[in-house]
Design a protein around this ligand. Sequence first.
Ligand SMILES: [Zn+2]
Length: 405
Amino acid sequence: MRKFILITAMAVLAFLPLRQAESVDSTQYWMKISAADKFQRSLVADTGVAIEAIADDYVTAVGNLEELKHLRERGLKVDVSFPLTAKMNFPPQDQEFHDYGELTAELRSLESRYPNLVKVFSIGKTVENRDIWAMRISGDLAHADQLPGIIFMAGHHAREHLSVETPLRIWMNLLERYANGDERVRRLIDGRDIHFIPAVNPDGLEYDIEGGRYHMWRKNRRLNADGTYGIDLNRNYGYKWGTGGASASPGSETFRGPTPFSEPETQAVKNHIEAHQNITVLLSFHTFSKLILYPWGWSYDGVENARDKAVHETMAKKMAEWNGYTPQQSSELYVSSGDTNDWSYGEYKMISFTFELDPASMWNGGFYPGAGVIPEVVNKNTEPVLYLLEYADNPYRVLEADPVF
Ligand SMILES: [Zn+2]
């Protein structure tokens, strides 16, 4: 027993300096900050903190000590702040979430069950050399490039496990419905070229659950020049990169990276989309807040083309009828630049959406609402996915079919 204590003590001592060095840069704080409108929220976002939830007169955010200082220097009122040291154990019910190994196995299993409908392949390697998987779904895989294309993405942010789980299970269900002869699902899958990247940031996803506890991690796992880790992949896309609401500071939750597309993960997405010019519609899944967002994020102005603006608004409003989320332009929350939607719409004129899935707030579980929410979230987001498939041949049709304006 004494020997055991000695070994334990030595192990702790050996471990200590490392932990301390790490904690100097990486301690994240949860904050509640007074902010009454999108302009004040943009001031908050500009300090580099990641805003996680918005109420009428305040936001909650996660950031480091330096950013906390900047907030106060700019006269912003921080009502509450405390370090995030929560070491939650993986609750037993959360075993239902797919980790990277289980995700890989699930995709392979779908491919072997539906060989005529599904093809799984890697679009590139991450910083830590993991494959970034893509699943392509079509009733005519051999000629899919000739069909209207649509892309679904998830898991840009490590701790947003529900964003990976939801579209994965939607596709598991839709493939089963196809096999069971559901005519609408058959028509849509047969007539479309569907791309699905379930985990853009698998390194982060794995790190966030390392050791059987949650780490509240957001970014990828790049070792930055100053010893901190991670780049915010949803601030690293190349359209209007670095123009606001994206930090230049490596330790920040919203660090945009040294250059646009500096990261292998965003580079892989870029290469994949560039190779498939038939893609007309994009949906990126995130958590949380129950929102349907569309461009612009970098500017308070709406997209300049009136028809494009109307298509985004009409589709977002329609999808909200099914999932009950709030449809709005991304910068209504606060300005942020370098995200997926600004790039996919700005560069390629894809009709582009981001879903911030359940829950509504930090008080309903935030990033970790538990696996119990999965069935309901999958269920209410299935119809929006089918709706986007329906109109991927020509999204402008929604202006005729459902003339809101
Ligand atoms: Zn996110």
